[in-house]
Design a protein around this ligand. Structure first.
Ligand SMILES: Cc1ncc(COP(=O)(O)O)c(C=O)c1O
Length: 394
């Protein structure tokens, strides 16, 4: 059975050029980048090359790039680093949207137990953070606002320029988790007006366990990993040179991709989505179709539990994902769909299809061929039918 991978928002396959660069670095660049001798300088050059590539991808300066272990660490470093740098000021309030990744939500939750107040701003029914709602939440005491660029479950892109302006009006810094937008759409830190931006290697055909936090020059940030002076004192620890070298090559490939957009992935996503909406009764699209990344489609299947659909598709060799998580036997609803105001059932019946490198029209057509039968079978088993009225496709 040939396997179909429609879960690129979870992780992506490593590009061949990236694997080659990592292999070469592993074989030939073993020096410690902090060493002054030739071996060390060779490793430092590999870091410098990757740093320049990552900076170029997001329109920043190489000195503003801090390499981390990935998106989660970048989010932690941004929020904790800014919060702690302002610990003795009156700015002890943190704001994020209700649809952030857990790396942001749990970090705010942790800080709320240590004297910071936190506010989560809701979204509208299409998953967008309204600027006026953010304006109500941000005060003169706000240290940092953290709002993601593109959402991992529904792909919705936030109006960052306007949202960052709201934060700056009150003197707060603005961080964005751009893990799901970098490499999919053009991202320019200056045009967006953000102060800190997180990205991750494995979401853009690079390796896992490596990422970066871009920190605007002059923004204060307290290191969370202490020890050596690596990364200009912002993140201690000998750098993962082969992974960073691979991340640099992935950044170069991503920069070339977004500079000359290839409509292939978006066309496949649209073919898949319109095929599902017209052939599977009781299916509905989630999120704003006009402002989202081109690879993501999130669809509710009325009368079906997402987890069962995911498993059935997997048995047929198709990898997709759900925003709801099965923990200790109960299905946790998707916090993103819940924040959008959806019914409890709709927060548990939604599947994310996220396409990317290597996907083909034949794969889309195979999934379109499989889905109506699987959904009908699951509805028969559960005894549930699509609700009247939901058969109308949005
Ligand atoms: C929006 C978002 N932020 C952060 C992360 C975490 O990134 P990493 O897996 O590199 O820690 C992810 C990964 O799923 C993500 O989708």
């Amino acid at each position: 059975m040939t396997r179909i991978y429609f879960d690129h928002n979870a992780t992506t396959p490593v590009a061949a050029e990236v694997a080659d660069a990592m292999g070469a670095a592993l074989h030939t660049v073993f020096g410690n980048p902090s060493s002054v001798h030739g071996h060390g300088q060779q490793a430092k050059t590999a870091l410098d090359t990757a740093r320049a590539a990552v900076a170029h991808l997001i329109g920043g300066e190489p000195t503003e790039v801090v390499f981390t272990s990935g998106g989660s660490e970048s989010d932690n470093l941004a929020i904790r680093g800014v919060a702690e740098s302002l610990v003795s000021s009156r700015r002890r309030h943190l704001v994020a949207s209700a649809i952030e990744h857990e790396a942001v939500l749990q970090t705010l939750k942790a800080l709320s137990k240590h004297g910071w107040t936190t506010t989560l701003v809701g979204v509208d029914e299409s998953g967008v953070v309204p600027t006026d709602r953010l304006a109500e939440a941000v005060t003169e005491d706000t240290a940092l606002v953290s709002i993601m660029h593109a959402n991992n479950e529904i792909g919705t892109i936030q109006p960052l320029i306007e949202l960052a302006a709201v934060a700056h009006d009150r003197g707060a810094l603005f961080h964005t988790d751009a893990v799901q937008s970098v490499g999919k759409i053009p991202v320019d830190v200056t045009a967006l007006g953000v102060d800190l931006l997180s990205l991750s290697g494995h979401k853009l055909n690079g390796p896992k366990g490596v990422g970066a936090l871009w920190v605007r020059r002059g923004a204060r940030l307290r290191a969370q990993m202490t020890g050596g002076k690596q990364e200009r004192g912002r993140r201690a620890g000998t750098e993962n040179v082969p992974a960073i070298a691979g991340f640099g090559v992935a950044a170069d490939l991503a920069a070339a991709k977004v500079a000359t957009p290839d409509p292939h992935v978006a066309a496949l996503r649209d073919r898949l989505e319109s095929g599902i909406l017209s052939n599977v009764s009781g299916s509905q699209r989630n999120g704003d179709p006009r402002r989202r990344v081109g690879n993501t489609s999130n669809i509710s299947f009325d009368g079906v539990e997402a987890e069962s659909l995911l498993i059935a598709l997997d048995l047929d060799g198709v990898a997709v994902s759900t925003g709801s998580a099965c923990s200790s036997g109960t299905l946790e609803p998707s916090h993103v769909l819940r924040a959008m105001g959806f019914s409890p059932h709709r927060t548990q019946n939604s599947i994310r299809f996220s396409l990317g490198l290597g996907n083909t029209e034949a794969e889309v057509d195979r999934v379109l061929g499989l889905l109506p039968g699987i959904v009908a079978r699951l509805r028969t088993v559960s005894g549930r039918r699509p609700r009247a009225g939901v058969a109308v496709h949005s």
